[in-house]
Design a protein around this ligand. Structure first.
Ligand code: HEC
Length: 280
């Protein structure tokens, strides 16, 4: 052993803690998330942290009563029932999505996660589509009604559980940082980033809409949008926001949006999963 062992390293050895060589990935992610959340907490001192799941409707009482009215007769119950049927239905090879991914209960709460075998972020809808393809199904694919219904069913089966995303190692931290970079990257002819709208101008109006805060962007998806009269999974929502800057959006379920989801979901750690949820 080297003679010049530092006091900190000595302490760590004595306490049985690992001596950290490089940047500690979980600590770095947590510090960045704290800074990010603190910005929003400071901007909206009246919003209780747990209420960010309500998006724009967390901003004031008026909006919240609109929200409660919209939720009186949930429009997504039929979609959940159809998603449930698809979960156990035998696909072309005789096996079901449940055979591929396991019980629906709690599954949503295990995603997104960093897969150390492939060094990629895994998102739930992408895994469902991959299973369906492997089992010979050609209907359960990106943008299909089927994947939206399954997405709604899986969210409903994790309601009440909390978002719990971890950044376990340096490669995961790289994916997290890629997602974070995309959040601040300006896109399109309008040259706007997610942060421009959802951090720096959150709470303000953009044309006919009020901009929601940047916390609580993931826990309520898919959302049932009254405007579209249908379900919108998270990646389609992200795609819509990028299009609004007049940029060509990234591919649904590709690495760019998956890393962005990973970053946003990490920010949402501790929030209650409530999807599907109604939005204007
Ligand atoms: C030009 C402004 C603008 C930009 C840039 C923008 N958004 Fe949005 N976004 C909106 C508006 C307007 C809405 C609808 C009102 C609301 O919920 O904020 C919205 C809604 C959303 C929602 C749904 C919120 C909910 O409660 O259901 C998510 C998630 C979202 N944006 C994420 C993003 C991300 C991530 C980016 C960057 C890739 C981004 N947005 C870029 C304007 C923008």
């Amino acid at each position: 052993m080297k003679k010049t062992i530092t006091t900190a390293a000595m302490l760590a050895l004595m306490l049985g803690a690992p001596v950290l060589q490089a940047a500690d990935a979980p600590a770095t992610a947590e510090a960045q998330a704290k800074e990010f959340r603190d910005f929003t907490y400071k901007r909206f001192p009246d919003i209780k942290p747990a209420d960010y799941i309500y998006g724009v409707y967390a901003l004031n009482e008026d909006y919240r009563s609109q929200f409660d009215a919209m939720n009186e007769f949930p429009p997504y119950d039929g979609a959940i029932a159809q998603g449930k049927e698809l979960w156990t239905k035998p696909l072309a090879n005789g096996k079901s999505l449940q055979d591929c991914l396991g019980q629906a209960k709690g599954l949503r709460a295990m995603y997104p996660f960093f897969d150390s075998a492939t060094n990629k972020v895994r998102v739930l809808e992408a895994d469902v589509i991959q299973c369906a393809q492997a089992y010979g199904d050609d209907k359960i694919k990106a943008k299909s009604k089927e994947i939206k219904n399954i997405s709604a069913y899986l969210s409903s089966e994790s309601r009440g559980l909390k978002v719990d995303v971890s950044v376990p190692n340096d490669k995961a931290l790289a994916a997290f940082e890629d997602g974070r970079t995309r959040f601040y990257q300006k896109t399109g002819q309008l040259n706007l980033s997610c942060a421009d709208c959802h951090q720096y101008h959150s709470g303000q109006r953009a044309r006919s809409e009020t901009l929601s805060p940047s916390i609580g962007k993931t826990a309520h998806f898919p959302s049932w949008r009254l405007k579209a009269d249908g379900l919108v999974p998270l990646h389609e929502r992200l795609s819509g926001c990028v299009k609004d800057t007049r940029a060509k959006p990234y591919a649904l379920y590709g690495s760019e949006f998956s890393n962005l989801e990973y970053f946003l979901a990490y920010i949402d750690n501790g929030l209650v999963i409530t999807g599907p949820a109604v939005r204007k």
